[in-house]
Design a protein around this ligand. Structure first.
Ligand code: CP3
Length: 351
């Protein structure tokens, strides 16, 4: 393997000195890029794009051609796991993901197949190794998975939800059924992330997009504990370097002290938390990632630049910061605005 030419991301997460703050964007490959839309059209469907390793590699690299990013993120989706469990995933235009089968009873949970990631999700590992080969050491590759809780919301609700009434009802009426589902998902995610690491992922992120919809106690019992179990089971080395784990719980700002003990090396923050205060609360136990409001990319260039400068200033001096948006890039932003953000991160942090 070619040695890593840009290791800012790994260094920052490890708290080692960096020449500039590393930056990447959640959902950096996607529909806001016209070149993505062309490849997506060519593939026919979103899942077909994920399943074709050369096209998945092409769209993974597209944002790196435009912007001076310090990491690539595997092009795939968190819903590959429930898809491999034969729940009938499909995407309804304008409404997001949908499942033909939902999981709401003990029988449904028992019927879920036990996955072997290398066998059942081999297309993802092919994409990882193809991307690693094409990156040729330029920047590290981030692999990812959804948290058990976040995956379970889609599997129980049958798609996206605003109030999570179905899964919360299950949590209240039959918590043991939900724990059964989360346990199965934790095993599947552990195996899946380990397979990605063996295939070449150099960092992994767990997307806990909906953990912040829970009460503090329920967050711990139904989301954080399962992420901790996953992290405990991960292979933590690749090419002789540590493979750091990033945990992103959207709306998790109120629980950072607890989250800092889950084994993650870095916590992702959305924009509702002051990153300087967050740093004081977690100390040097974990690095922090974030946290520009993705809507800022609708603003004039000088506003984007001053917001970047503000966040870097709030974080303060010293390493341990990975710049990112507080959630995925919106699908209708002008790609040139993302460039303004990325360049401003390097410019202001290198001073
Ligand atoms: O960050 C990246 O660039 C890597 C790619 C990535 C995608 N999805 C591509 C995608 C990642 C990391 C995800 C994670 C994901 N998927 C999450 C967690 C992160 C988050 O944003 O909160 C969630 C909740 C999903 C589930 C999912 N998949 C949704 C809600 C959607 C949108 C459906 C729609 O039609 O708008 C998807 C589909 C999806 N995943 C798209 C992309 C680029 C758009 C599909 C398309 O191009 O047709």
């Amino acid at each position: 393997m070619t040695p890593l030419q840009n290791d800012r991301l790994l260094r920052a997460i490890a708290g080692e000195p960096v020449d500039a703050t590393p930056v990447w964007m959640m959902r950096q490959a996607g529909r806001y890029l016209p070149e993505y839309r062309r490849v997506r059209e060519q593939a026919g469907s979103f899942m077909a794009l994920c399943q074709d390793d050369s096209l998945a590699c092409e769209v993974t690299l597209q944002p790196l051609e435009r912007f001076d990013l310090d990491a690539a993120i595997l092009f795939s989706d968190i819903l590959t796991i429930p898809d491999a469990m034969d729940l009938g995933l499909h995407f309804v235009t304008g409404e997001g993901p949908r499942f033909r089968k939902t999981v709401t009873t003990a029988e449904d949970v028992a019927a879920l197949p036990e996955l072997d990631a290398e066998r059942d999700l081999g297309y993802v590992m092919n994409a990882v190794s193809t991307i690693r080969r094409e990156l040729n050491g330029r920047v590290p590759l981030i692999g990812f998975a959804g948290s058990p809780w976040t995956l379970a919301t889609y599997m129980v609700e049958g798609g996206s939800s605003k109030d999570f009434r179905g899964i919360k009802r299950l949590m209240m009426e039959s918590p043991e059924v939900l724990h059964g589902l989360l346990g199965k998902l934790a095993d599947a995610v552990t195996d899946y992330l380990n397979a990605q690491i063996r295939a070449g992922a150099q960092v992994v992120q767990i997307f806990d997009t909906w953990g912040g919809a829970l009460s503090p106690q329920a967050y711990r019992a139904f989301s954080l504990d399962y992420m901790q179990r996953i992290i405990d089971g991960l292979i933590r080395e690749n090419d002789g370097r540590q493979v750091p784990v990033i945990v992103f719980t959207k709306n998790g700002g109120q629980w950072l002290e607890t989250m800092a003990g889950c084994g993650a090396d870095c916590l992702g923050l959305d924009w509702t938390t002051h990153i300087g205060e967050a740093r004081q609360r977690v100390g040097d136990r974990v690095a922090l990632q974030g946290n520009l409001d993705p809507s800022t990319l609708y603003a004039p260039d000088d506003v984007i630049r001053s917001e970047v400068e503000r966040i870097l200033g709030e974080y303060g001096t010293g390493s341990g910061h990975v710049f990112n948006l507080g959630h995925g890039v919106h699908l209708d932003v002008d790609p040139d605005k993302a460039k303004v953000m990325v360049d401003a991160v390097h410019e202001f942090s290198a001073r």
